[in-house]
Ligand binder design. Structure first.
Ligand SMILES: [Fe+2]
Ligand SMILES: [Fe+2]
Length: 212
């Protein structure tokens, strides 16, 4: 093989390798999928909230914000149209779109013990599992304030409602506690991160507040 031939061969090899490489989904693709499968405003807002928190935590930990955010955005992709197949159907939909297994696994693992048998293993997966429910508690805590703003929510206001089972009754506190335990992170820190992540997207989740 002459030198020019070798260069050509190497380029071909490189190009074939790239063609076979997994595609990296963009935020725009994730957003389009979210909107395609979820018309309910509250479900979209939940996705934006989880994305905001994932991005905040990724940035704080020096991780890939884009990846963490995109997984947050699509974690409940199937919930509106396939509630009986929640988690499983998200895996099917993303596989049809050739999404990387890493993203699919992470999304599916958020429902561990409820709608999925995939145990959260990576730090990303554990955070998603731990704070998904917590975002609901922060929303309800914001909405009972006169300002209806997440900007005013503090860790202690969320903690005060922790044992009140009638408050945000749908939020399973034990999942949040289990997630924090898996991460080895204190509950206060997890709540603080969740509030701050949601504050960054306050406008898009409708919790910027009203003048009081
Ligand atoms: Fe879910
Ligand atoms: Fe969720």
């Amino acid at each position: 093989m002459t030198d020019p031939d070798r260069t050509c061969y190497m380029r071909l090899k490189r190009e074939r390798g790239m063609a076979m490489a997994e595609k990296i989904p963009t935020r725009q693709e994730a957003l389009e999928l979210l909107h395609q499968y979820n018309e309910t405003e509250s479900l979209r807002k939940h996705a934006y909230a989880v994305e905001g928190v994932m991005r905040y935590i990724a940035r704080k930990r020096g991780e890939d914000q884009e990846k963490w955010g995109i997984i947050g955005l699509i974690h409940d992709l199937d919930y509106e149209q396939f509630p009986d197949q929640h988690c499983k159907k998200t895996g099917d939909l993303l596989r049809e779109k050739d999404w990387p297994e890493e993203y699919i696994r992470a999304a599916v693992s958020h429902g561990w013990g409820i709608c999925s048998e995939v145990i959260p293993e990576t730090t990303l997966e554990k955070y998603l599992y731990a704070m998904d429910e917590l975002t609901g508690l922060v929303v309800t805590t914001a909405l009972i304030r006169p300002s209806k703003s997440v900007m005013d929510v503090q860790v202690k206001s969320v903690k005060n409602k922790w044992k009140d089972k009638r408050f945000a009754a749908g939020v399973d506190r034990s999942i949040i506690e289990k997630g924090a335990g898996m991460l080895g992170v204190g509950l206060d820190e997890l709540i603080d991160d969740t509030i701050k992540g949601m504050q960054e997207v306050a406008e898009s989740i409708g919790l910027k507040g009203i003048p009081v």
